[in-house]
Design a binder for this molecule. Sequence first.
Ligand code: TEU
Ligand code: CA
Length: 555
Amino acid sequence: MGELKWWQKTVVYQIYPKSFCDSNGDGIGDIPGIISKLDYLQDLGVGAIWLCPIYPSPLVDNGYDISDYCSVAKEYGTMEDMERLISEADKRNIKIVMDLVFNHTSDKHKWFEESRSSKDNPKRDWYIWRDGKEDGSAPTNWRSIFGGSAWTLDEKTNQYYLHTFASAQPDLNWENKEVRQALFDAANFWLDKGVRGFRIDAIVYIKKPSEFKDLPVDGADNLASIAKATTYQDGILDFLHEFREKVFDRADIFTVAEADGVYPSDFDKWIGENGAFDMSFDFSHIRLGFDEDCTWHKRKSWKLIDIRKCFTEDEEATKDNGWVPVYFENHDLPRCTNYFFPQGTDTKLAAKFIATILLTMRGTPFIYEGQELGVTNIKWPSIKMYNDISSIGQYELALKDKLTPKEAMKGVWKYSRDNARSPMTWNSGSKAGFTTGRPWLPLNDEYPKLNVETETEDENSVLNYYKNLIKLRKQYPALIEGDYEELLSYSPGIYAYARTTKDKSERIIVIANTTAKIRGYKIPELKGATLLASTYGNREATLLRSYEVRVYKVK
Ligand code: TEU
Ligand code: CA
C-alpha cells in the first residue's frame, strides 16, 4: 500500500439529521442546525461528516425511503442550505459524505408510482413484480428485514412487488440498465455539488437470485429471512464495478459499503484495488451471538473479548489491500456503552474503553453523534412510544414466539434503533439545546449530565477524552499508518495490540482489560514506556483495573 489517502487519515462523524440540531423550533433537526454546529465538529477534530439521508421522503423509515434522489426534504431545508453546508464545512476542512440508498425507493417515488400504474408501463420493469402462487399467496415465503412478508400485493394489477425492508420501500430492479443509469446519474448529481464520499446503504441485497424459491421456515411466522436468499449473490460485482467506473472513479472521494453479510474473507474482491469500494462496514463484532436472521430475542450470549477476533480478522484481511472503517455505533444500533458491556457496567468507563479502541485501531474511525458524550440507551415503558419500525417488527415477532409483552420490551430496550435516534444533547436546558419546540422523539433522561456544554467544562468527561485521543491520533504517525499486530493472544480477558510505523521508529502498544475484574499482564518491552492515555486518567497502577485501557509509547 502506497501513500495514505486523505480519508485514511481522517476521523468521520455520522449525523442523523432528524436528531442533530433543530434551527426553527419544529422539533425536527435540519441542515441550518447542522451548519450551526460545524465549529463544534471542527474543534472535536473530525474531517468528514457522513450525513444520513436528507432527501425528500415520507419518513416511514426516517429518510431511508426516498421519493426524490436529487433534492432536499423540506423538513431539513433547501438545496441552497445543502450547498451552504458543503461550502461552510469545506472552510473548516470538513468533507461531506452522502448516504446512497439504492436498493429501494419509497413507494411514493414517481418511478414506483409509474411502475405500479399498469403492467405495460415503461417503468414496470424498474421494480420486481411477480404473480402470486396458485392459491394467491405471496410468490415466496421470504420475511422482510423489518418483519412480515417481503411481498406486497398491489391490487391494481394483481401482482406482488418485492421489498427487502418495509412495504413502503419497494426494491429496484438492478437488472434493468435504465435503473442503474438513473441511480448513477443521481450519485453524480451530488458529486458535482462537491460531496467527497458516499456511504452506500444495504448494497449487499441489490442482486437477486436467478430463481425465486421458498426457503426453510426459520420463525414462528412461518417465513424465512430474505437475507438468506439475496445477500451478496453471484453477479453483484458486475453491477458494482459499473458503479465504480461511472461514479466513484470520477473524483477524489471515498466509498464505504454497508455490507452486512460480506466478511473479511470476501474483502479481496469487494474492496481496495480490485474491489468496488474503498471500505466496507464489517458486521462481525455487531453480530456476535446472532444467527443469520438477527431475531433479537434469539440472540445468544457473548463476551467483550470476542471483538478481538473480529478486529484482528479485519486487520489481517486489509493488510495489503483495502481499508477498515472502525465503528461501534451508528443509527441502527443501541449505544455502545450498553451494547458491548454487561448490565451494571459504569457507562463512563465503557465509553472511554470504546473511544480508546476506536481511535487507536488501524482504519478510519467513525463516531456516531452522541457517542463522544458517552450517551446511554433510552428505556421507554411502552412500544407505542417507539418510532423505529424495526423495533415494532421485532416486538411483534417476539409476541408470535410466545414471549410476554414484558419480555418483548426487554429486547426493544436492548436493541432498538431509537436508542441512537433520541436527539443530540447540547446543554442541560429544558430541551437539551436540541430545539425550542417539542422534540420529535423524547430526550434521553440522562441529558442534564451527558451533554456538550456540561462535558466541555469537565476535564474528565468522555467528550474531552475523545478530543484528546483524536489529537493523539494526529500527533503519532504509528496510530494512523502503523501496522497492527495482536499481542497476548492467549491472555484471558485481555486485548492487546501494537501499532508500529513501517520504518519501525515508532511503536505504540494498547492494552485493554475487557472484564470487570482486576487483571495482570506481562509485556516486557513496556518497561520504561511512556503512558500516553488511560481510561483512568494519569493514575498509574501495575494491574489493569476494571475495563481499563492504556496506550503506551514504547519508542
Ligand atoms: O440498514 C440495512 C440493514 O438493516 C441491514 O443491513 C441489516 O442486515 C439489518 O440490520 C439486519 O438486521 C440500512 C440503514 O442503515 C437502515 O437505517 C435502513 O432502515 C435500511 O438500510 C433500509 O434502508
Ligand atoms: Ca427544524
